[in-house]
Design a protein around this ligand. Structure first.
Ligand SMILES: NC(=O)C1=CN([C@@H]2O[C@H](COP(=O)(O)OP(=O)(O)OC[C@H]3O[C@@H](n4cnc5c(N)ncnc54)[C@H](O)[C@@H]3O)[C@@H](O)[C@H]2O)[C@@H](O)CC1
Ligand SMILES: Nc1ncnc2c1ncn2[C@@H]1O[C@H](COP(=O)(O)OP(=O)(O)O)[C@@H](O)[C@H]1O
Ligand SMILES: [Mg+2]
Length: 278
């Protein structure tokens, strides 16, 4: 299996053109968070901002607003409890939509996800994570034709694919992924694998310092920002996956656990270093 290296990151990252503006670097909408899991939306949005997305909005429960703005004033906010018609234009305006981190699996979340899946257009990038994966598996929702990225951990992939964790091999994963033609699968685990049709690449970095709530929520924001800036391609997604773990490994040289917030803070420095070294 091909190993993802930092040469993929160097090939994907680009220095910013001088003549540019925020609209050039991706409009990202994170739909997630809830009273129980507000931090997930904040971490995902923070990762997107710190990884360079031009404009980041969060659609979440109103209880998330003050914490979000205290931590991340760069992000805009939408109260997702409003009637959907009042903010569906924000879904349509996004280049990249992330749905699921911290969304929960309530009946409200199920109905919201149905509406998002009905609204998303083929040209848009849709990253489905966390609770949204579990809802899709449970409710057997159909995912529309879009630039689709699935980011399950092994248990979420077991729910979605029906393949038990101990049965998850390259062959069984590829067979199950055929149910989502054109999708890219980021199967998160120790040594995450990234699948797209017949391609599969694997991380050989990252480690147990990352085994803390919010690591995956953070990854969705990095993938969203990279796709918003560098285009939704297989290599872009591999570069985002590598960046997340490379930063954690660097921090793990002196830290027992690498907090998602610290990984997020380090993103702009790591990205500058990768650009200047290439
Ligand atoms: N601060 C926050 O707001 C947080 C919110 N979170 C959200 O909480 C919701 C539920 O997600 P969870 O993943 O906690 O719950 P799930 O019930 O979906 O899965 C977690 C369980 O899966 C099992 N598992 C097996 N293999 C695994 C693997 N390779 N990686 C991770 N787990 C594996 C573990 O037993 C674990 O307890 C999601 O929407 C998520 O985004 C979590 O990210 C935790 C932090
Ligand atoms: N032991 C480990 N080795 C390598 N990577 C890990 C390890 N534990 C967790 N990770 C990484 O951390 C992230 C966890 O994602 P996820 O389980 O969705 O977290 P959460 O939902 O809490 O944000 C994934 O990118 C996963 O690969
Ligand atoms: Mg997760």
């Amino acid at each position: 299996m091909q190993v993802i290296t930092n040469s993929t990151v160097r090939a994907v990252l680009q220095a910013r053109p001088a003549i540019s503006h925020k609209g050039d670097f991706g409009r990202v909408l994170i739909i997630g968070g809830s009273q129980q899991y507000g931090g997930a939306a904040i971490m995902s949005a923070s990762a997107a901002v710190y990884a360079g997305a031009g404009l980041v909005s969060v659609a979440s429960d109103l209880s998330v607003l003050s914490g979000l703005h205290a931590r991340l004033p760069e992000a805009m906010f939408i109260d997702y409890q409003q009637p959907f018609v009042q903010w569906s234009s924000a879904v349509q305006a996004a280049d990249v939509v992330v749905v699921g981190p911290g969304l929960g699996i309530t009946s409200f979340a199920v109905e919201l996800l149905r509406k998002i899946l009905q609204t998303i257009q083929p040209t848009q990038t849709l990253i489905i994570d966390g609770s949204a994966l579990s809802i899709i598996a449970h409710e057997k929702l159909t995912i529309p034709n879009t630039q689709l990225i699935l980011t399950p951990h092994q248990m979420e992939w077991a729910r979605l694919s029906g393949v038990a964790i101990e049965q998850q091999t390259v062959a069984t994963n590829q067979t199950a992924l055929a149910a989502y033609p054109n999708a890219t699968l980021v199967l998160k685990k120790h040594y995450t694998e990234v699948y797209h049709q017949q391609q599969v690449q694997q991380l050989t970095i990252g480690g147990p310092s990352m085994a803390t709530g919010g690591s995956g929520d953070t990854l969705t924001g990095i993938i969203a920002a990279f796709c918003g800036q560098f285009g939704t391609h297989y290599q872009t997604i591999c570069a985002a996956v590598y960046t997340h773990s490379a930063i954690a490994d660097e921090l793990a040289k002196t830290q027992y656990v690498t907090l998602p917030s610290q990984v997020i803070q380090t993103l702009p420095h790591y990205m500058a270093k990768m650009i200047h070294q290439s």
